[in-house]
Design a protein around this ligand. Structure first.
Ligand code: CP
Length: 337
């Protein structure tokens, strides 16, 4: 329940002002102060879903998804609706001037006239950067090829801290660091890339991050990627044996989708989590979804299932982020207090 997080994180809205009118492109952009206050605001929204004004009334979101999405598009749109704003949604690039060769930079120039914020998903890494060149309104990267998906990582970390708020407590209340397993390829899965960067902002809460993957350990990181995580204080180890690790892990993050060339491939099916897996009694399982064969439905009814909570919490996390980015934080002070 979000109330644990509200007790643990002291209120100090000041850091959230840094998010005003900011583009959100990468997990790299955040620091602990901003994240803790963002999670606090998200927890406030989640704990009081009906107790806020309509801070985004009069604002228009341009929701441009040029690649399939269930959760990200609909949770952003749900968040924006819940905040009282209006939405224009594009779900197919071929219905826009892009089909006639219009550049994303020119499309971005037009978006400046039509809306107050853009959420973009595209299968090309470069698209968000091209559009950003001409944008004077903020844009959120909702997944750019195999590069990043920062708001998914925000939702993932928010879930972990709701599960164990003592990880960010101070003094005697602080929990021991946890061990996290991440099933996936850091340089081919945008959720994994963004999540590891997010973990690197809270290295003191993690005893170890175990990347579980069958590929050659030397091939799963981009140049400098592992060094960056290690320099931030994260203790990263790579292994291929999921079942050997499971009894030692507090959090297991598994993903289905990796990128190969221009398309997806189901990656996680080589590893399976189900009710027979040797999970620790209190371990939680996270998955950004959509589910593939790697996540048994027989886990859904068990206490290990935190992936549905993860998807639900993303709405409140995105509400908090949008409120800050669109400079309407003062309108939710009654929720905040
Ligand atoms: N988690 C996630 O990105 O899901 P969608 O592809 O459905 O948006």
């Amino acid at each position: 329940h979000p109330k644990g997080l509200l007790k643990t994180i002291q209120e100090d809205g000041e850091p959230l002002k840094q998010l005003s009118s900011q583009h959100i492109i990468s997990s790299d952009q955040f620091d602990q102060d901003v994240l803790l206050q963002l999670f606090r605001l998200a927890a406030k929204f989640e704990a009081n879903p009906r107790r806020f004004r309509t801070p985004l009334q009069g604002k228009i979101l341009i929701s441009a998804f040029y690649e399939p999405s269930t959760r990200t598009r609909l949770s952003f749109e749900s968040a924006w609706h819940r905040l009282g704003g209006d939405i224009m949604s594009i779900t197919d690039r071929s219905t826009t001037g892009i089909a006639k060769g219009e550049s994303l930079s020119d499309v971005g120039e037009m978006f400046n006239n039509y809306g107050d914020c853009v959420v973009l998903r595209d299968n090309y890494e470069s698209s968000v950067h091209e559009m950003m060149r001409s944008l004077r309104i903020p844009i959120i990267n909702a997944g750019n090829g195999l590069d990043e998906h920062p708001t998914q990582a925000l939702a993932d970390l928010y879930t972990i801290l709701k599960w164990k708020p003592e990880l960010v407590a101070t003094g005697d209340d602080k929990a021991d660091p946890i061990r996290i397993g991440v099933v996936g390829v850091p340089n081919q899965m945008r959720t994994v890339r963004s999540l590891l960067k997010m973990f690197a902002i809270f290295p003191e809460t993690m005893e170890e991050v175990v990347v579980i993957c069958e590929d050659d350990p030397g091939a799963i990181f981009d140049t400098g990627q592992l060094e960056q995580l290690t320099q931030a204080g994260l203790n990263v180890r790579v292994t291929s044996d999921l079942d050997e690790e499971l009894p030692k892990l507090d959090v297991v993050y598994i993903n289905a989708i990796a990128w190969k060339g221009d398309g997806f491939e189901s990656y996680g099916a080589r590893y399976v989590l189900d009710s027979k897996s040797p999970l620790k009694k209190d371990a939680i399982v996270l998955h950004p979804l959509a589910r593939g064969e790697e996540l048994g439905v027989d886990l859904d009814g068990t206490p290990h299932n935190w992936y549905f909570s993860q998807a639900r919490g993303a709405v409140f996390l995105r509400m908090a982020l949008l409120t800050c980015m669109c400079e309407r934080i003062e309108r939710v002070m009654d929720v905040w207090m």
